[in-house]
Design a protein around this ligand. Sequence first.
Ligand code: ACM
Ligand code: ZN
Length: 576
Amino acid sequence: MNTRIPIPGGFRWAVMIVAGLAQALTVLGNTTPALLPEPVSLSVTGGQFAITPATRVLHIGDDPRLADAATYLAQRLSQAFDQDVVAERTDATVAQPGAILLTTVGADAALGSEGYALTVANDGVVIRAPMAAGAFYGAITLLQLAPPVAFRGQALVENKPGGTLTIPAPRPCDQPNLSTAKPVTALTVPCVSITDRPRFAWRGLLIDPARHFWTIDELKAYVDSMALHKLNSLQIHLTDHQNWCVEIMKYPELTPEKAMNEADPQRLSGQTYYKLARHYYTQEELKSLVGYAAKRFVNIVPEIEMPGHASALMRAKVCPACLVDGKESSSGEICPGNEKTYTVLQDILDEVLAIFPSRYIHIGADECSKKIWGRCSQCRARMKSEGLDDVTALHGYFVGRMSDYLQRNDRTLVGWDEILESGAKAGAIGMYWRSGTSDELVRRAAKNGQRLVMTPTAHFYFDYVQSPDKESEPVGFGRSVITLKTAYAMKPVPESISQIDPGLVLGIQANLWGERMQSFPHVLYMTWPRACAVSEIGWSPERPRDYAGFFQRLQSHLERLDAAGIKYRKPTAIDR
Ligand code: ACM
Ligand code: ZN
């Protein structure tokens, strides 16, 4: 069977698929591999190729990023075989008998920066892509063509430097999914021809160590699980009311040792799984995460919350507080009236930019209670001097200054959709999170040259439980339920936006807020398999969504997650 639907309007794709279909139908007994996300086009061409520890993984030329892609593939194969497989550079430009070749030579530029063509023949594999990222995704597809053991590994679950397990895993969702996959001596792959490219450039997840802290090793395991699904952006919510998780050399007050424990032991009460000596990342740790993620073609987007969600910052007293009747307020909001605020935040951003090479820097800017600003003498003076009518305009002024600062530093501001109300500059990215974000805001974004990443609460808030079955599910945020089916039904370009400009949507992201997360296996449990839906919506071409087909492919895919030691919620009757 060979059933793939081309991207709309792509006559060339249609021809390829019809040709592939005819070819495949002659190969009796072949079944379509259960790929997730589904590629643009696939034809099963008959026969198979066996990858063994002796198979050479070759990359052409000196492109270090192509070497990264080949090295990652070799590392995964090494784990599957429990024997070293090493990627090698070659100057050969044609397929090498018996080898897996990754190359950019002769690639079809139309595949874009993340697309690839993958050919598995009886005598070898060629992954040809215009850019290294595409070769990486071709390698991930190759691993999915192999039996699930190709994903053999272990998502780290208990490697907590400085931490000890305090309470044995009390709930099923906290039990790690320990891989029991045994190494093999060969991985047999069907011969195929695949052409593929993503629908969206931004395919992301958010994780929230400010509410419950995860170590760098756990974040690395999370990145690895994303890479296996062609997800390419991890937003880390590094600061909030509860905690400040990033070391800032100029302001060590932000991260005293055991900061969170000392600031408020009550806040730790939910973190029953581990007791840690500290709840922040050193800059070196974060740089090592950035490097690790880059080798998996995942960009780390730091989020430093301002001007709201900032109690941890305000508690450290490095930013001036609002002044009400001459007294410093204890509000968790930054004072945008005082000029010193901008000096401190720019100092902080300077260090953040030095850690994270990401083009995109997230400043939050959501849910700011602006009431205090109307009572603050400094804020009122600022509103008067800048001709700002109200506190919403003051929020816009603040966002605009941050936007300018990031632009001067060659970075792009990202904020939750509140930034679309005013302030953010052309090029900024608004994260559409309030499922009812108004058309007026979207129109304003279009007019201002801003783009959107779609993270609607109703589909993509993964801290909501996955089933109404209270007996078997861990507590989630609020009372809402987001099932796998609900996640899969997410429309990345809703009609209201496509009427304004479908090109506004840069991508999609699911958010796993941390308030209710109590262990790293729990984080994985809430993420998977719903993030499989994110993977497919973000990557696969626009076409009528086939949940039944997705669910069927997912059954095979879950075996890969078992082999990789990635915890997930097992679908139940409600997921059918
Ligand atoms: C948000 O959930 N406040 C972005
Ligand atoms: Zn103020």
